[in-house]
Ligand binder design. Structure first.
Ligand SMILES: Nc1ncnc2c1ncn2[C@@H]1O[C@H](COP(=O)(O)OP(=O)(O)OP(=O)(O)O)[C@@H](O)[C@H]1O
Length: 575
């Protein structure tokens, strides 16, 4: 019979008793201190864990078959001897014959051996040299296989005590539930750790195989925050613990790459979080720098690099591709105007982590904006044109605004929205343009409303933009899917672009010429700079080597954006 029945559910039996006891005992306990002690004791996680263990053992004991007797062989022999003295009937003769058969004898002998043996787990003997303050010491025995223990230790510089600094979520120590942060380590396998360096203890642990016995003094109990385990962060930088001088334990660190989605399993420590790579095979958490800590490190490391963006090496005037579709058919790289939008870089944007959540566009919901990025001449226009041709009902581009006067063959709202210079300037002040610029005394620009108007028609808006404009577009309204198109190697550029002409403009005169190695190198350098500075914002990187393959890849990815789940900033999923 179990000492205490816990009932079928977690809230019945002993659990109920545990929760009821503090209030039931209240009237008998006078001091508030004693009451709070009792309350803490009955609600302690360790006590509840013990109840669970008790329940499991009880269950096991109930199912365990026990032998009726453990001397069946001797009994059979006794019966045979007894029967020999009786008159031999047919039944007695048959029974005697049966009992004398060697395999029946062997069977009974095996039965007795099994019945006599104890199959209870053999608990290791407690060490004899337990301290005087015995009740505050805990002996823990863990069986360690090849995996690490999953705990880090630290040395109290003042008192020299070795304590458990953290328990890695999902690791061996965590799963055992026996070791906790703050526990003071006294011995490992009977070897006192006092005065030892943490490195020596780590070595002691790594050399131990099989069962390890720890003697610990339990630390104060800590509460586990309820929302642990549910935070996902997209990594915006590469991390390698081996190269991190600040990490308290390199072995416990977890490497990740820019773009990985990390499931943050513990933020208890404000400097070192515990996380695992979402979808990764390793169930154990590893240490990663916290957002706050990494931001501070980045800010200290690169004060200038992060406050001022490096200008992409383009020719002084930049052709704004967004307006180029109105010049369809022209083979041009001619500059229209310089981009005037602020290139200020927000220091709060130090790329560390971005909290993300899974998002899947509901059927019939508005389409996400597709933002295309890439160095001049890489082929954005070509890819955009191919998408438009492939499905004109589905894809569309924005219609730019201009302050220049309308030409005869042009229609307002088709090639451009023609507005006055004064209205253009008012709209600039009202932040209506995502990008704008001036060319030959006239303004040209892409308005936020022109994006909205495409999306409102339930079409996918294809917009090629300067990377610094992404910040303004990264909202729950547009949910941009950012595609970066980069050039292949210079060798492949030479091969694939040998028939490509570029138009170089000197003053007002344009002349067409083939691309040179200098152009290719400039394209590669510009791509590299953009990737370095804005790579953390890209959802997809396509190398435009073979045009058909690049287009196929883009088309495929855009199909998935519409139907599959993607990670997006968590704020986009709140609306
Ligand atoms: N993969 C490719 N193979 C061969 N030629 C290509 C490829 N991609 C683009 N081109 C050619 O390169 C030239 C530049 O392409 P495109 O105008 O699309 O570039 P872009 O990125 O829009 O450049 P810009 O910044 O000048 O607008 C075009 O003549 C185009 O046909």
């Amino acid at each position: 019979m179990p000492a205490l029945a816990t009932g079928p559910g977690p809230d019945t039996g002993l659990y109920e008793l545990l929760s009821a006891l503090p209030s039931q005992l209240q009237m008998y306990v006078k001091s508030a201190e004693d009451r709070s002690f009792l309350h803490a004791m009955f609600s302690a996680r360790s006590l509840h864990s013990l109840v669970k263990i008790h329940e499991k053992l009880q269950h096991f004991e109930e199912r365990c078959p026990s032998p009726v007797l453990d001397s069946a062989g001797a009994l059979a022999q006794g019966v045979s001897d007894e029967l020999q003295t009786k008159p031999l009937s047919a039944d007695i003769t048959e029974l005697l014959k049966l009992l004398s058969k060697p395999h029946v004898k062997s069977l009974l002998s095996v039965h007795d051996t099994v019945a006599q043996k104890s199959y209870d787990p053999e608990l290791p003997p407690l060490p004899d040299d337990i301290d005087d303050d015995e009740d505050s010491v805990k002996i823990i025995r863990l069986v360690k296989n090849k995996e690490p223990l999953g705990a880090t230790i630290k040395k109290d510089e003042k008192h020299g005590a070795i304590t458990i600094a953290r328990i890695m979520k999902g690791g061996a120590a965590d799963r055992s539930g026996l070791i906790h942060v703050g526990d003071e380590l006294k011995e490992v396998n009977g070897i006192p750790v006092e005065g030892k360096k943490p490195e020596d203890i780590i070595q002691l642990l790594s050399q131990s195989e099989g069962a390890i016995t720890f003697k610990v003094v339990p630390g104060p109990e800590t509460e586990v925050p309820a929302n642990e385990n549910k935070t996902y962060m997209k990594a915006l930088f590469d991390y390698e613990p081996e190269e991190d001088k600040a990490i308290p334990c390199k072995e416990a660190g977890m490497a990740f790459k820019k773009g990985d989605v990390l499931r943050v399993m513990s933020q208890e420590d404000s400097t070192w979080w515990q996380a695992k790579i979402e979808g990764g095979a390793n169930p154990r958490a590893g240490l990663i720098p916290s957002k706050h800590f990494q931001e501070r490190r980045f800010a200290l490391q690169q004060p200038t690099a992060n406050t001022q963006p490096q200008k992409i090496s383009r020719k002084p005037s930049v052709l704004r591709r967004s307006f180029r579709l109105s010049k369809r058919g022209k083979k041009t790289n001619k500059s229209m105007y310089e981009c005037k939008k602020s290139e200020r870089y927000d220091t709060a944007d130090v790329p560390t982590y971005e909290e993300v959540a899974p998002y899947c566009r509901a059927h019939g919901a508005k389409h996400r904006l597709v933002a295309l990025l890439g160095p001049t001449g890489v082929g954005l226009n070509e890819l955009k044109r191919k998408l438009l041709i492939s499905d004109p009902q589905h894809f569309s581009v924005t219609i730019p605004h201009t302050s220049r006067s309308k030409r005869n063959q042009e229609n307002d709202g088709v090639e451009y929205h023609f507005i006055s210079k004064q209205l253009f300037e008012t709209d600039i002040l009202n932040n209506k343009f995502i990008e704008y610029g001036e060319y030959k005394g006239n303004y040209y620009g892409t308005s936020l409303d022109s994006i909205r108007s495409v999306i409102a028609k339930n079409k996918v808006c294809l917009l090629d933009v300067q990377p610094h404009s992404l910040k303004q577009l990264r909202t729950a309204e547009f949910k941009p899917y950012v595609v970066f198109v980069k050039p292949p190697s210079i060798e492949r550029l030479r091969e694939t672009r040998k028939n490509t002409q570029t138009i170089s403009g000197k003053g007002d005169k344009d002349s067409s010429r083939p691309l040179t190695d200098e152009d290719y190198q400039e394209m590669i350098n510009a791509a590299q700079l953009t990737e370095n500075q804005y790579g953390h914002l890209f959802d997809l990187v396509i190398v435009n080597d073979d045009l058909a393959s690049a287009f196929g890849e883009l088309r495929q990815a855009l199909k998935k954006v519409e139907t599959e789940t993607h990670w997006v900033p968590v704020s986009w999923t709140h609306s």
